[in-house]
Structure formats: C-alpha cells, structure tokens
Design a protein around this ligand. Structure first.
Ligand code: FAD
Length: 336
C-alpha cells in the first residue's frame, strides 16, 4: 500500500475542485484493502473509495480522512457456454476494458466506450450510455466489506441496479470497496433499434457494420464531438440526472411535445433539453459554464471554490424548476 499525505482533491478529480485530503492510500493487492481500512480505523478517520474522480466533487476544506484508491490491474478470461467471463481488477481504466472486449469481437459494453473512470467505479452508479448499462453484463463483484471486515462476492441481484443506482451508492453507500468486477460478454453485435443519436450517426455515415469495434468507433466519434475531454477540460460529465416520469404522466408530457424517450428503464426526459429550453446552454455562472454542446455538462472554466459551483448549481436548478416544475438532481457524489 502506498501512503500519501495532504494531497489536493482537485488533483484527483476531473472537476478540479477541492482542498487537501489528509491521507490518500493506494491499494495494489487485495490484502492492502483491509490494511487501508485498518489504518483509517486506527486514527479514527472516515474513508472514501475513489477511482479516477470523474464523478466526484471535492469541497474547499478538503477531507480529514483517508481516500482509498484501487491500483489493482489485470483482466482474466474464462470461457462460458455462450461467450466469455472477464474478471477485471478495479484499477483498470474502464475504456481500456471496452477496447479489450471490442478487439476480441465481444458485444455488451461497446456503447459504454470512452466513459472516463476506473472499472471498480463502473457498478457504483451503474454506468450507462447509448442504450447499454453495465447492469446488462455484470455478473458479480468482489468487495471488501468495511463493516464486517471481510472479503465478499456480491452477485448482480445483490446490487439492486437501476438508473444510475446500485446499493453501492444508496443503501450501502461507503460500505464496500470494489476489488474486481466480472462481466459476461459474448461474440456478436448490438441489434437495432439503436439509441436515437447512435442511429442517426450510423445512418448519416452510411455505416451498416454493427460489430463491437464499429459501434465503439461511432460512439467515440459522437462523444468526442460533444463531451469535454477530462484531461484538458475540467468537468464531471453529466452534472444532473435525467428526469423520469411515470406512465400515468406520460400522455400529459407527450401532448405538450416534450421529447420523452421511452426506454427499458422508464420514460425519460433529457435534463439537458430542459436546461437548453431555459436558454442556459453556453452561459457561464460563477466560473462554471453550461456546455453549449451538451447542456447537461457543467464545465469548470475558472471556478476555484466549491461555493462557485454550488452557486451556479442553485441558479440552474432554480431556473429549470421555475419553468418546468422539475427539481434537477445532481449526479456526481461529493467527498465529505
Ligand atoms: C466527460 C465525462 C463524461 C461522462 N460520461 C458518462 C456517461 O456517459 N455515462 C455514465 O454513466 N457516466 C459518465 N460519466 C461519469 C463517470 O465517468 C462515471 O461515473 C465513472 O464510473 C466514474 O468512474 P471514476 O473511477 O472516475 O469514479 P469516481 O468519481 O472516482 O467515484 C465515483 C463513485 O464511485 C465510488 N467508487 C470509486 N471507486 C470505488 C471502489 N473501488 N469501490 C467502491 N466505490 C468506489 C466513489 O466512492 C464514488 O461514490 C462521465 C464523466 C465525465 C467527466
């Protein structure tokens, strides 16, 4: 285990905000994980599991505790009746995993190309994009249970996945440290109908090859066009969750011509559309810019303080509520 002291959270998170963390513990093998939690307990410090920091916001006062980062690497393959199981250590960069699978012609995660982050964080908010989510292919995860002080395997059913949710960010938040994830993929390709923007891209470019590599290339191109690269442009990706409406309200919103997407996970209104309709795309509040390419994304142009972000968030949420009556919910978590 590598022990680091007084590391700025702004240097560990893609929104680039946040003061010093007292300790940052980098775990390189499973036994380091129990050591890391033991270390924090010895000093009576709270812990926070961190990956790449692409969905996490730091506070100005920092974190008087221990941030624990998974640095375990490796992908192990096991053949199954219909395909292959990939056991992926949580420190692998997620997009490297997608590339690995696509290069082998395996389908199941190609639409999740270019989502920044580590594999260990992927099940936490059930990452999703362009009609796929990790819940579709994940079979189990290995975790350290910081309450029971034991290593455990949790199956997909234990994780209770839904849109941007699992037990890891709801009922059991901060309890389990993800060591590895196992996905079951199979040779083949995604089938139509594709997600709207993917469908449009494929038809506009006359692409009829739907192999994992080809879909990965299309998704990567769409994302490069509208989403900021966290290496050059600070953001936490989508800052707000989409709004879901009940079946009983569906008619009401369709009559008003709201763009409701009816997917397997429910009736969704893109919160980016709500923000655009309020005329906020491209506008900057307190150093935080509402992206003009994807209004759901807030870019940290010049904010140095969490308070700037909080003030910008309050203005945007307030304007959307005043116009539409929906309270937007923040997607990224905060270290506190
Ligand atoms: C430009 C951009 C685009 C994005 N696009 C998408 C998208 O299309 N779809 C999508 O779903 N998300 C998207 N995101 C959000 C983000 O990429 C995902 O949430 C990703 O899974 C975060 O991974 P991370 O390693 O950075 O997690 P972090 O931000 O480090 O952590 C996120 C959460 O996971 C927990 N966590 C991290 N590692 C572990 C672990 N080993 N064990 C237990 N808990 C852990 C943290 O405590 C925290 O609650 C985007 C973000 C950016 C910046």
């Amino acid at each position: 285990m590598r022990v680091n002291e007084n590391i700025l959270i702004s240097s560990l998170t893609t929104m680039r905000l946040g003061g010093p963390a007292r300790y940052v513990l980098e775990v390189e093998q499973p036994s380091d994980v129990s050591d890391a939690y033991g270390f924090a307990e010895q000093f009576g410090l709270p812990t926070f599991a961190l990956g790449y920091g692409a969905n996490t916001i730091g506070h100005d006062e920092g974190f008087n505790g221990a941030i624990i980062i998974n640095r375990m690497h490796g992908i192990a393959e096991e053949p199954t009746e219909n395909g292959v199981k990939l056991k992926i250590m949580g420190g692998e960069y997620w997009d490297d995993v997608v590339e690995y699978a696509c290069n082998k012609g395996l389908t199941g995660i190609e639409a999740l190309s270019k989502i920044p982050g580590l594999a260990g964080a992927a099940p936490v908010q059930n990452i999703g994009a362009y009609g796929q989510e990790i819940a579709d292919t994940l079979t189990e995860i290995e975790v350290y249970d910081s309450v029971a002080h034991t290593f455990k395997t949790l199956g997909k059913a234990d994780l209770n996945f839904s849109y941007r949710k699992s037990i890891l960010n709801t009922t059991q938040k901060n309890r389990y440290f993800v060591i590895s994830i196992t996905l079951e993929l199979h040779p083949g390709e995604m089938t139509r109908p594709f997600y709207n923007s993917l469908e449009n891209y494929l038809s506009n470019h006359n692409i009829t090859d739907y192999s994992p590599k080809s879909i990965r290339a299309a998704v990567s191109a769409i994302r490069a066009e509208k989403l900021p690269d966290p290496l050059t442009t600070p953001s936490a990706g989508s800052f707000f969750k989409n709004v879901y409406i009940s079946d009983s309200d569906l008619e009401k919103y369709l009559e008003k011509n709201y763009p409701v997407h009816r997917g397997k996970d429910g009736n969704k209104i893109n919160s980016g559309w709500l923000i655009e309709q309020c005329g906020l795309a491209g506008k900057t509040f307190h150093g935080i810019k509402v992206s003009d390419k994807a209004a759901l994304v807030l870019i940290n142009e010049s904010a140095k303080s969490y308070n700037d972000l909080a003030a910008a968030r309050a203005e945007i949420v307030g304007k959307v509520y005043d116009k539409f009556g929906f309270w937007l919910e923040q997607e990224p978590v905060e270290i506190q």
